[in-house]
Write a protein that binds this ligand. Structure first.
Ligand code: F6P
Length: 342
């Protein structure tokens, strides 16, 4: 059997660990041959391939990014996109695809599976917002990077009696902000799921200054104030899946806090640092287990499925179920975090 592998959407630490596990198990246990598709769905769409075998996977386990490249190409937004993919797969003699991606990449995989393409999905996103799985790899790495940044920012904020606002990734879900904010002892954590009240945020800032500590406010890039407005948008630019490019809330928040409290406030945007570099041991472990399970699913012809972590077990769920809705921070989980605000 000839199997194509692709990685789509925002890159994420652990992608190479999945590729390595799929290939190692596929070759060793099932005698598969592999084709690497370049840059997400652009690969099968334009027939962009690269050699992929055990040799190409040597040494990639701890490497961030993806050896296959990535893009946010959406074949369903292009003329004859699906036909072109089917034709290119047939021309390359590819019998099955392993698609590693988030909501958008796996959304495409779901539709292609319905149209008869033999595809299995592996969930990835640093945002950890896919409902079908307890965790996605990449999230643990991002949380650790953000926590280390918060730890470092505490000491400099205290030395200068400043407010530091830390903007982290999280388009729709505040998981990175919540986990890193709690782990790093933030004075407040602001997430997309719960519009924030700027007056309350300023009150938390004042309370923290009553001690010898200085306030650290952790904010998701997708957080919005209760009065609404456009505090988050860097530009109106949209990607092929219709997502607006976010960023900017940190600076806006810092200047609003400075204006209202009279305390100096600065913003630190962690941005793509959270997605780069070597994955944590947990992410390597999770990515490897997903990859092993994906190879097994292909061997069994269990197409249209997505690998999922449920408790400590790796299970397969229908792709449609895995991508049906976003997993968001619940009001209860946010209430627990609020105990530490101020
Ligand atoms: O989906 C993962 C993610 O890192 C989001 O947290 C963020 O909004 C988005 O990707 C940024 O994407 P890009 O790197 O394409 O601007």
């Amino acid at each position: 059997m000839r199997v194509g592998v692709l990685t789509g959407g925002g890159d994420c630490p652990g992608l190479n660990a999945v590729i390595r596990a799929v290939v190692r198990k596929g070759v060793k246990d099932h005698g598969f041959e592999f084709v690497g598709y370049r840059d997400g769905w652009r690969g099968p769409l334009e027939g962009l391939t690269m050699p992929l075998g055990v040799e190409q996977c040597r040494g990639i386990l701890p490497r961030g990014g993806t050896i296959l490249g990535s893009s946010r190409t959406n074949p369903f937004s292009l003329d004859n996109g699906v036909e072109r993919i089917k034709d290119n797969l047939a021309a390359a003699g590819v019998d099955a695809l392993v698609a590693i991606g988030g909501e958008d990449t796996l959304g495409v995989a779901t539709k292609l599976a319905d149209l008869g393409v033999s595809v299995v999905g592996v969930p990835k996103t640093i945002d950890n917002d896919l409902s079908g799985t307890d965790f996605t790899f990449g999230f643990d790495t991002a949380v650790n990077i953000a926590t280390e940044a918060i730890d470092r920012l505490h000491t400099t904020a205290e030395s200068h009696h400043r407010v530091l606002v830390v903007e982290v990734m999280g388009r729709h879900a505040g998981w990175i902000a919540l986990h890193a904010g709690i782990a790093g002892g933030a004075s407040a954590v602001l997430i997309p799921e719960q519009p924030f009240d700027i007056e309350k945020v300023c009150a938390f800032v004042e309370t923290r200054f009553e001690s010898t500590y200085a306030p650290i406010i952790v904010v998701s890039e997708g957080a919005v104030p209760i009065e609404g407005g456009d505090m988050t948008l860097v530009s109106g630019e949209k990607d092929a899946f219709g997502h607006v490019r976010l960023g900017g809330i940190g600076d806006r928040l810092a200047s609003e806090i400075e204006h209202r409290t009279g305390k100096e406030a600065r913003a630190v945007v962690l941005g793509h640092v959270q997605r780069g570099g070597t994955p944590t041991a947990f992410d390597r472990w999770l990515a490897t287990r997903f990859g092993l399970q994906a190879a097994a699913a292909v061997a069994e012809g269990d197409f249209g499925t997505m690998m999922a972590l449920r408790g400590t077990r790796i299970e397969r769920v229908p792709l449609a179920e895995g991508t049906a809705e976003l997993k968001l921070v619940s009001p209860e989980e946010y209430a627990d975090a609020q105990v530490f605000f101020g």
